[in-house]
Design a protein around this ligand. Structure first.
Ligand code: PLP
Ligand code: COI
Length: 340
């Protein structure tokens, strides 16, 4: 019941909402797709997703704007990325137009769950697709299910904008020619041990380095990195094994076009990190979460921005991006899809 939700105290968790979208792929085609109230899925014991983890997903948000509208941020880019993810796992593409329609239907059907403007919460949407028919030899499924559910969420990291402490992980997130650049469930399964270990040691997140040379910064388990140099330049790692974050791509545009900042998207060596002024994690769930300290096997790198607040440029980026998403600042053409 949406009426009972304490919007301002929501964490990043699952709250069951009223409707979700389902479409099935069989005999080479997607069906019409419907909204359903049934939150459960019944699968054969040998379904491709259960045996060989054939599943990809997306994450995007719907917002209540200052003038009371419900909007969604760049769903076309999530649709495109899901096509890329599906192709890499030998799954059929879910058509972009249908994806955007389904997003709109799910949000509209669950409008009561879109948190009020100013509450700090948003409606997180989780599109996903999985192999649903029995597969016992290692091969792609021939039947798939695409679904979108939504859940109201608060900040991904407890403490909201309090700077995070992260560790340089000894585990690898992605292989050089592997699946790091797509949003496959398997990437997250293999990060679970690393994140549990980091949490046990008192860290908020892991910084993964490139697995081939372990000299370059890649990303965290669920967000890309964004750094700011002491002379105010925004620097973000470029790598073929990180997820092409829609938030990062949007922030690069915001930095250049709204804030007039210089931006470098390039390989970032871990050795350079000690010289940066600010560091943030960017993603749909993370928005921009500031990093205050990075620990490399006991050696601490303390960002000059400190442990109590966001750095000034990170803050400007955060305020401009969330301003665009919440309708306080005019958005670039095509970024905001109005739902109702
Ligand atoms: N990197 C990883 C591994 C992620 O899971 C996510 C979340 O989707 C991101 C980066 C950020 O991507 P986006 O900004 O598109 O949400
Ligand atoms: C997102 O930001 O949408 C993600 O999928 C990250 C996930 C780890 C929650």
């Amino acid at each position: 019941m949406a009426q009972n939700i304490d919007w301002s105290n929501l964490g990043f968790g699952y709250v069951q909402t009223d409707y979700r979208y389902v479409s099935n792929f069989k005999d080479g085609a997607w069906d019409e797709g419907v909204l359903t109230q049934d939150a459960n899925i019944v699968l054969n014991e040998c379904a491709g997703v259960l045996q060989y983890a054939q599943t990809v997903f997306e994450g995007l948000k719907a917002y209540r704007t200052q003038d009371g509208k419900i909007v969604c941020f760049r769903p076309d880019l999530n649709a495109d990325r899901m096509v890329d993810s599906a192709k890499r796992l030998e799954m059929p593409a879910f058509p972009k137009e249908k994806f955007i329609e389904a997003v709109k239907k799910v949000v509209a059907a669950n409008a009561d769950f879109v948190p009020p403007y100013g509450s700090g919460a948003t409606l997180y949407l989780r599109p996903y697709m999985f192999g649903s028919n029995p597969v016992i030899g290692v091969k792609p499924a021939s039947e798939y299910q695409f679904r979108i559910f939504c859940t109201p969420v608060g900040p991904y990291f407890k403490g909201g904008v309090k700077p995070l402490t992260i560790k340089v992980s000894d585990f690898d997130r992605a292989a050089p020619n592997g699946t790091g650049h797509i949003k496959a469930g398997l990437n997250y399964a293999m990060s679970l041990h690393a994140i549990v270990t980091a949490h046990e040691e008192g860290f908020d997140e892991n910084m993964y380095l490139d697995s081939k040379t372990r000299t370059k910064v890649e990303e965290t388990g669920g967000a890309n990195f964004l750094f700011v140099t002491k002379d105010g330049k925004v620097v973000t790692p470029k790598s073929s094994s990180i997820l092409p974050s829609i938030t990062r791509r949007s922030l690069i545009y915001v930095a250049k076009e709204y804030l007039g900042l210089e931006v470098e998207e390039r390989e970032v060596y871990f050795d350079e990190v000690k010289d940066f002024a600010e560091c943030g994690l960017c993603g749909t769930a993370a928005v921009i979460s500031p990093v205050g300290k990075i620990v490399d096997h006991g050696k601490e790198i303390c960002l000059p921005s400190g442990m109590s607040d966001m750095g000034p440029i990170t803050k400007k980026l955060y305020e401009t991006l969330t301003g665009i998403q919440m309708g306080r600042i005019e958005a670039p053409e095509g970024w905001i899809q109005v739902i109702e």
